[in-house]
Design a protein around this ligand. Structure first.
Ligand code: SF4
Ligand code: SF4
Length: 104
């Protein structure tokens, strides 16, 4: 089926009419998740101890929200605009470099 949805996701806010919304469950286009800071859903936040991190990169592919960016073969700090605080990365790290703290 051709993707003929033309919804401008930047126009979707609390004052938008229903005509600005996508039909239920329809994806308006690729990459839209980056436009929304869904990290505010978190109730706990991962924290990295850079002294313990040896850049093995086991954590990055385990994150279901792609919130562990990797650049030039090294992981960077968490993308807290999108991290949901699930804690999966804590279990993925065999070096105890990631812990969770309460709150955002
Ligand atoms: S807490 Fe969950 S969402 Fe956040 S970086 Fe870790 S694995 Fe990803
Ligand atoms: S799994 Fe742990 S040691 Fe490996 S890159 Fe991630 S935080 Fe660093």
């Amino acid at each position: 089926m051709a993707n003929n949805i033309r919804t401008d996701i930047h126009a979707v806010n609390e004052t938008a009419p229903y005509t600005a919304m996508t039909p239920g469950n329809a994806v308006a286009g690729g990459g839209g998740a980056r436009e929304f800071k869904t990290g505010e859903w978190r109730t706990s936040t991962p924290v990295i101890d850079w002294d313990k991190c040896n850049q093995c990169l086991m954590c990055a592919p385990m994150c279901p929200d792609s919130s562990i960016p990797v650049e030039d073969g090294k992981r960077l700090d968490f993308d807290l605009d999108h991290c949901k605080g699930c804690g999966i990365c804590v279990g993925a790290c065999n070096f105890g470099a990631i812990t969770m703290k309460e709150g955002l």
